[in-house]
Design a binder for this molecule. Structure first.
Ligand code: ADE
Length: 248
């Protein structure tokens, strides 16, 4: 998979050299290009923003540098009629569709993603419309809060997507067991020592009884999800009113 990032703060992405994604880059499982938007400006001040039409606070990112940046990264040719464009352009924005594990999984099968990281009050809306003539375009939100720009959101998405690319995480089983993969939050985990500050590791985990361990972990996942994220549970898994019991 290839990921290109366009930003006015390329230095944000230095951390992509470390840890699992750094290793994936060195092993060429992931190709990453970080590009300074200002390289596509032509004035002395390398201007990337201007005042908004219609008034209002803040500045809007100018379309021209973005247009040139996306031309350079996507190629000029439109996809043939009816054919799926090769690249996906992701605009991180609080006004986008929510980023979820399911979306991360979908995006992990893309061959080329371009992250267009806006700042200020966002990017002139014509940029996404223009990009949609030669790529698929998705506006994506990390969550219901406002960041100062798309960089941190892009970084989180790249980490979530990158670790799902085959070969990036050494033991793919560890991906199956974690929070959000089964629609539930993950159960708690323990390691040695058996007793730490008077707190003992639950006995069932030391029993060697794999069926009992699996059942205990599932119950813990359900309990945690019910307590912290009841919105994740399908209606059928909720306790029946008044009985405290479960369906199915
Ligand atoms: N840019 C600013 N806030 C954001 C958010 N919540 N998600 C994605 N991009 C953003």
């Amino acid at each position: 998979m290839r990921i290109d990032i366009v930003t006015i703060f390329p230095e944000f992405f230095g951390v992509l050299d470390v840890s699992l994604l750094g290793k994936a880059r060195r092993e060429r499982l992931l190709e990453l290009g970080v590009h300074d938007l200002r390289e596509w400006t032509h004035d002395r001040h390398r201007t990337v923003d201007d005042t908004p039409y219609g008034g209002g606070a803040g500045m809007v990112m100018k379309p021209e540098p973005w247009g040139e940046a996306l031309d350079a990264l996507l190629g000029q040719a439109p996809a043939a009629e009816g054919e799926r464009a090769d690249a996906l352009v992701v605009f991180p924005t609080p006004a986008g569709v929510p980023f979820t594990q399911a979306l991360a999984r979908e995006l992990a099968s893309e061959s080329h993603i371009v992250f267009a990281c806006g700042r200020y009050e966002g990017i002139d809306a014509r940029v996404a419309d223009d990009a949609a003539t030669r790529a698929r375009v998705l506006e994506v939100s990390l969550g219901d809060y406002v960041l100062n720009g798309g960089e941190v959101a892009a970084m989180a998405m790249i980490e979530a997507i990158g670790r799902l690319v085959p070969g990036v995480v050494g033991n793919p089983e560890s991906l199956v067991e974690e929070s959000h993969e089964a629609g539930l939050l993950e159960h708690p985990s323990y390691t040695k020592p058996q007793v730490w500050r008077g707190r003992e590791v639950p006995e069932v985990l030391r029993s060697g009884n794999h069926a009992a361990i699996a059942a205990w972990r599932h119950e813990q996942s359900l309990e945690r999800t019910r307590r912290v994220r009841p919105d994740l549970l399908p209606a059928a898994a909720e306790p029946e009113p008044g009985t405290g019991r479960q369906h199915g």
